[in-house]
Design a protein around this ligand. Structure first.
Ligand SMILES: [Zn+2]
Length: 91
């Protein structure tokens, strides 16, 4: 959840404010974007959309790193297993 500066918001007239369903506060309408949800189109501020997009990008990057590490671990395990098998054959 983002915190917004109250003083900044007070510089705008209430008539020019739109309720942000994400932050649960009113923001200046100029900062608001239409955002599609399961329950229909809601107004959401640009900042919260960008923050959410950054979170997703970071999660994706972490997920890619994890699967790369999993692949490397699996490769090493397969290599070890092959070594053990070949040693079994020698004996
Ligand atoms: Zn907001």
């Amino acid at each position: 959840m983002l915190r917004h500066n109250d003083n900044y918001n007070r510089e705008y007239a209430m008539s020019d404010m739109t309720f942000c369903y994400c932050c649960r506060v009113h923001h200046p309408s100029a900062l608001m974007r239409r955002f599609r949800t399961r329950n229909g189109v809601r107004w959401r501020c640009q900042a919260s959309i960008e923050a959410a997009a950054r979170d997703v990008a970071e999660r994706d990057a972490a997920g890619r790193l994890q699967s790369a590490m999993n692949r490397e671990a699996a490769r090493r395990l397969a290599h070890l297993a092959a070594l053990v098998r070949s040693e079994d054959c020698v004996r």
